[in-house]
Structure formats: C-alpha cells, structure tokens
Design a binder for this molecule. Structure first.
Ligand SMILES: [Cu+2]
Length: 263
C-alpha cells in the first residue's frame, strides 16, 4: 500500500514538472514561431498531444525507476501474470490512439479544409512556384512579376501579412538546355508556415495559407522555403528566404521588382 501511495506522489510530481515544461515550451513556440493560421493549428494539435501524453510518459518513467530501485530482490512482486493490469494497459493504449486519431488529427484537418473553403476568394494572392534543379522560381501573375529576386539575383518570396495566399506548385525547368520537362520530384517546405508539399513533375498542386505575422528569414531561419525531397547534389542549397511584410511594404516591393525586371 505504501508503495502505491509513494508511486502516486512521484507520478504526480513528474507529471506536474512535465506539464510545466510543455507549457513553457508552448509559450515560446514549440519548434518554430508560427507565421500562418495553419501553422498555429498544427502547433495547437501538437501541444494537445503532448499535454495528454505527459502523464503517460511520467507513469512509465517513474514506474521503471521506482520498481528498479524498490524491488531489486529476487522475491519481488511480479506483474507478469496480472491479467487485469495488462488488460487495462492495452485498452488504455488503444483508447489513446483512437482519441488522437479523432482529435486533434481528423478534427484539425477538417477545420483546415473548412477554413480554406470559407476564405478562398478571387482576391487571394496567387504565387506560382516553379521548382527546378536547384532553385525556386516565384512569379506573381496578378502583379506581372516573372521571377522575384533580390538585388543579387537570388530568389526571394515576399508576402503581405493577413493575406490569403495560394501557391501553385510545379516542377519544371524553363532553363534546361534540352529538356524542360526532364524535372524531378521536389518538396515545397516552409517550416514556420506549417506547410510541406511534394511537387511532382507533370502535376500541378495547390497549397493555401493565411499569413498572420510579420516576420522574415532575417530574424528566424525557419521562415524560408527549403526543398525537403532529395533532388540531386544541389538539394541542401535549394532554399529561398521568405519575408512576410505589411501590405504597404509589399506594394513597395512590388514596385521595386517591376523596376528591376524592366531594367
Ligand atoms: Cu529539390
């Protein structure tokens, strides 16, 4: 009896410490500071799973340490034949898995699809993304920008804040000397956007985000486009900085890009 009480006390302490740690991490952004509403949904889902799992992990770790120290002798208590303990353990594991499948996985996906349908309209910013070995090409058909580049000629992605953005993703190589269609699979990944999508040659894929924070690669390395599918020797360098700016700064950038392309 005293063992169960002691174990309960240790389990409670470990759980409280773990929950405190999860919430401290969550307050600082779990892995990245989310820059789109989709990334925020993902972060919330991750925080929910961690919150539920902390007592389970604490139970296992405390149980391992406690039993190893307390029941070292040969005349130890054995749980091996305790059918009720095994039954409860297996049933709880199945229940937890079903819970996570329904919430947050399926519920968050449904919410994302609903948000997307509700928000999509003809005022969305369209960005055509072309992946080639080994470079990203961003064009803005609504603004007549063919290739968004900085003054050094490197691809950059500029987006206004609080804006619905539709990415049209293609793998194609307009600069290829003999076969523009001889493309390979790439993967469009912006960590801070909670967005990752394979780009298959011959296919056009769409992705949608709603930007909700002014940020850029200059302050956070997670705010960048990174190829996430090994696509040849240049793969690790296939990245481009992202800038989420105010709408007036975005229009200024559009003007500057047009001048750059006209020159
Ligand atoms: Cu690639």
């Amino acid at each position: 009896m005293i063992d169960i009480l002691l174990f309960a006390v240790f389990w409670l302490i470990a759980t409280l410490l773990g929950e405190w740690g999860v919430h401290a991490m969550e307050a600082r952004g779990l892995y990245y500071s989310a820059a789109t509403s989709q990334a925020l949904d993902g972060e919330k889902a991750m925080a929910f799973i961690l919150t539920v799992l902390v007592p389970v992990i604490a139970f296992i770790v405390v149980m391992l340490i406690y039993t190893a120290l307390r029941f070292r002798s040969r005349r130890s208590l054995q749980f091996r034949d305790n059918k009720m303990f095994i039954g409860i353990w297996v049933l709880l594991s199945i229940a937890l898995n079903i819970l996570f499948f329904v919430h947050p996985s399926a519920s968050a996906l449904e919410q994302m699809f609903n948000n997307e349908e509700a928000r999509l309209n003809r005022h969305d910013l369209i960005v055509n993304v072309t992946a080639r070995q080994w470079e990203w090409i961003f064009s803005y058909p609504q603004y007549g920008i063919q290739t968004a580049e900085d003054s050094n000629g490197n691809s950059t992605l500029y987006l206004p804040v609080n804006q619905n953005v539709r990415f049209v993703l293609r793998s194609y190589d307009p600069y290829h000397t003999y076969d523009p269609n001889g493309a390979v699979i790439h993967d469009f990944w912006i960590p801070a956007f909670g967005l990752k999508q394979d780009i298959i040659p011959g296919e056009t894929r769409l992705e949608y985000v709603h930007t909700n924070k002014i940020t850029s690669y200059d302050v956070d390395p997670m705010v960048r486009v990174q190829c996430a599918e090994v696509c040849g020797p240049g793969h690790p360098f296939m990245e481009a900085p992202v800038h989420v700016v105010s709408s007036s700064d975005f229009l200024k950038w559009v003007q500057a890009q047009r001048k750059l392309e006209a020159s």
